[in-house]
Structures are given as C-alpha cells and as structure tokens.
Design a protein around this ligand. Structure first.
Ligand SMILES: [Zn+2]
Length: 471
C-alpha cells in the first residue's frame, strides 16, 4: 500500500512535468492510413507545370480541411493556379509558424515510366509518381500535421499557418511571389518550414539529415564583345568572336575567392566528422587558413564534387555563347551569358568590377542581364529555437546528426527570407543510390519509400509540436 502510494505520487509528479508534446500523441497507425490516402490523392491530381492547374489540389485540400472545421482561403492572380492558406490560432505568445509545400510538379515523359506518372501505385515498399519527392511529400506531411493539431486540440503558443503554393517550378510569380506581394499579412511568420532539405540513407541506413538554411542568389552577367565587321577573307584583329572567346576562357579558368558563412562552415566541419577519412580530409583542408592546403582541397572538390566547390564561393558558369551568322562575314558583336550564383552576402557592384578585371579587355562590355535582381539575405540562424528543434527531431526520429546546407540553386524561400522570415528546408529520407538510378526529383521517374513518408510525417509533427506547442 505504501509502495503504491509512493508510486502514485511519483506518477503524479511525472504527469505534471509531461510536456504538451507527450500529452498529445496521435494514433500513428491510423495516421499512416490517412497519410497514404491524401498522398495518393494529390499525386493522382495532374498539376504538371506547365500548365499547372493547381486549383485541383486546392479544391481537394480545402475539402479535407473543411471536414475538420479548419478555415482556409484560396487566393491567386490566376484562379486556375491559386494558393491555399489555412491557419490554426495559438495564444499569440510567439509569432506564427508557416509550414508549406508546393502543389505543382515538373512535367513528365510518360514513356519513361514503368508505373504511369499519375498512378501513385504502391509497389515493393515504394510509391511511384511525379511529385512523390518534389513536393507532394512536404505538402502531405504539413497537411497531416495541421489536421492532427486540430483534432487533438493542441494548445499552441503561436499560430500555425499552412500554405499550398502554386507555380514553384518556374512560375513563382503566381505562387510565392503573389503571396508575398498580395497576402503577406496572411503568411507572415517568424519561422517557415518548406522543401530543400532531407535525410540521406546509404546502403539502406540513415547517415545524416540536412536542413537548408541558406541559398545562393542568381545574378546573370553578360559579356558583349564589339569589333569591326568585314569580309571573312580578311581576318581582323578586332574580331568580336575572338575577343569573346578569350574573355570566356579567362572566366572559365577563374575561381572566385572562397568565403564561408555560418552555414557552410558548419556544414563542412560536420561533414568531415561523419565522412570516411579519405574524403574527410578534403572537407577539413578546405577550411584551412593555410592557402596552399586550402587550394589543394579546392582543386579536388572542383574536379570531384562540383556542388561542394560551388558552395565555397560565388560561382560563374558561361552557359550561352552567340555570335556570327554567315561563314564569310566577320560579325561586329558577339555575346556570352554567365550564370552567376552569388553568395548571399556578395556585393553585386564589387563582383561586377571583379569580372571586368578578369576579362581585362576594353572590347568586351561586362554587365548584369537585369534579371533576378533579388536582394541578398542573412542565414537562417543556427542558434535559433527552430534549428535546435530540427536537430533534436533529427536525433529523436532518425537517430542522425543534422547538417545545415546552402542550396546552390534558388528556392521559393528566397522571397520569404527577403521579408525577414527565417526559413528552413526539410524533406523525407531517400536512398543516396536512388537519384542516380533515375528516381529522384525531376528525374525520368520519381518514387518515395512508404516507410519514409510515414517517418517524415512524424518528424514534421515532432518539430511543429516543439516550436508551436504551448509550453
Ligand atoms: Zn520542389
């Protein structure tokens, strides 16, 4: 009896210290069935962009939310391609959390698919279909989290906003661009979770999780060479094509200076700690303050791991070269376009001067193409409540270390970051070996392991509870 009393009082004390997170545990078996239902349903809706027609996903999601009494609004500049916004109210102690996924997918070459791209067929533990890993996984996981928060009546310290955005695949003007322009008050948040990260499995085993905290900024530059035109039978020193070729060759040989930020510095340090010794040394050496050691590692990365090389610097890739129209005419102009991916803190004007210095030819004009005049922005902070929650969930759900990453390409988080929202890119676990086999995002085929879809929903829930659940 006494023992029982002691036990009872221990239990009571334990119960009092239980967090909201532990109190409200969903019935995961039931959640898995429903997750699969919604996932397959949205995969079967054709939102291949172009043309997109994302309204079909919004209509489906709206019905699902309506059934649970979660209010939502469908907004857009093109009502064939709208966005959906839903919000669960918190007590306002903290600023909102935005969770989002994009409803469009890239197009498909149907003959390349074993299972048709809109079939969402389950086979051998996988679900097949366009959008399975980009981005109907994030869309489904955030939808499930929202539904569970509502059903379990979870007290929240901040509003949780859910967004299904359209047009991510190359037409963000109608999606995130429109939302930031016309509905920013409806989506403004302290933190945002979207696509862009993930968990890497190698040989079927989870190795590490990545969280995208930063991305490079596209800033196109063009080189225009001017010369005297003339008859092709009389070569001229001023030949525009020769001058342009010289300029492009110099750019090709040039690797702008290496500069680390909090994200990339942490990334390479942590990657070195979990990689086999033969490659780990390059990740460590590239951080070295000894220029010779750093240069050797940089050379190795450029040749063997070009994505990592691009993460070190503002990168420049000459991708278009045009000039001339007849073999017997010396043209007066030739033009090359450089794809520049700037580090977020790069000073554009200074960088342009740098390019001019490298080209070093008065016959070649160097200028910005005028597109992508996006502002730079700071890293999502690694000492923030959100990053810590993501790290903790990575350990709890995947038993894996978390690495912050900087995308070399642009994402829809850029627009939000420019408005001061701290964004973090997440994603489910996929096999490292799967993309080279042609099953990755934008590949000939696309698939996701069912078990990893369900684990990702739990991860999503875990993070949202930690960040938004009332303490
Ligand atoms: Zn995507």
């Amino acid at each position: 009896m006494r023992y029982r009393l002691i036990l009872a009082s221990c239990l009571a004390a334990a119960a009092a210290s239980v967090t909201a997170q532990q109190r409200a545990q969903p019935d995961w078996k039931k959640v898995e069935d429903e997750t699969m239902t919604h996932y397959q349903a949205v995969l079967r809706l054709d939102t291949r962009n172009p043309p997109g027609n994302e309204h079909v996903v919004d209509e489906y999601v709206k019905k699902v939310l309506d059934a649970d009494g979660i209010p939502s609004q469908v907004v857009g500049s093109d009502m064939n391609r709208p966005n959906l916004i839903a919000r669960l109210k918190g007590n306002g102690r903290k600023r909102p959390l935005l969770i989002m996924g994009h409803s469009d997918t890239v197009t498909t070459d149907d003959k390349k698919w074993t299972h048709p791209p809109l079939s969402a067929i389950r086979d051998g533990g996988y679900v097949y279909g366009r959008g399975t890993v980009d981005d109907k996984d994030n869309l489904t996981a955030s939808l499930m989290t929202l539904l569970l928060l509502k059903r379990l009546n979870v007290p929240l310290d901040r509003d949780v906003i859910f967004v299904s955005e359209s047009g991510e695949e190359g037409s963000s003007g109608i999606g995130i661009g429109y939302l930031v322009r016309e509905h920013f008050a409806d989506i403004d948040a302290e933190y945002c979770l979207a696509e862009g990260g993930g968990v890497t499995r190698i040989g079927g085993e989870v190795k590490y999780a990545t969280v995208q905290t930063l991305e490079k900024v596209p800033r196109g530059i063009e080189l225009v060479a001017h010369g005297i035109s003339g008859h092709g039978s009389i070569p001229l020193k001023s030949n525009a094509i020769v001058h342009l070729a010289g300029a492009v060759a110099k750019i090709g040989d040039w690797r702008p200076e290496i500069r680390f930020n909090e994200t990339t510095g942490t990334y390479f340090r942590k990657l070195a700690a979990i990689s086999p010794p033969d490659v780990a040394r390059y990740y460590r050496d590239v951080l070295s303050t000894d220029p010779k050691v750093q240069k050797a590692a940089d050379d190795w990365l450029f040749e063997n791991e070009p994505r990592h090389s691009s993460m070190l610097r503002t990168s420049v890739s000459p991708n278009i070269f045009t000039g001339g129209y007849r073999s017997n005419v010396i043209p007066s102009e030739a033009k090359a376009t450089l794809d520049v991916r700037a580090l977020p803190d790069e000073n554009p004007a200074k960088f342009l001067e740098e390019v001019k210095r490298v080209v070093n030819d008065p016959a070649v004009d160097v200028r910005f193409t005028g597109q992508n005049e996006r502002p730079g922005f700071p890293d999502a902070k690694l000492d923030s409540e959100m990053y810590k929650a993501l790290e903790a969930a990575g350990t709890r759900v995947y038993n894996a270390p978390t690495l912050p990453t900087m995308s070399t390409g642009a994402t829809d988080m850029a627009q939000l970051r420019a408005k001061g929202v701290q964004c973090f890119g997440i994603g489910p676990a996929v096999d490292f070996e799967d993309a080279p086999k042609g099953f990755g995002a934008h590949s000939d085929q696309e698939r996701l392991l069912e078990s990893e879809l369900h684990r990702f929903v739990r991860f999503n829930w875990d993070v949202v509870m930690a960040i938004a659940g009332a303490k």
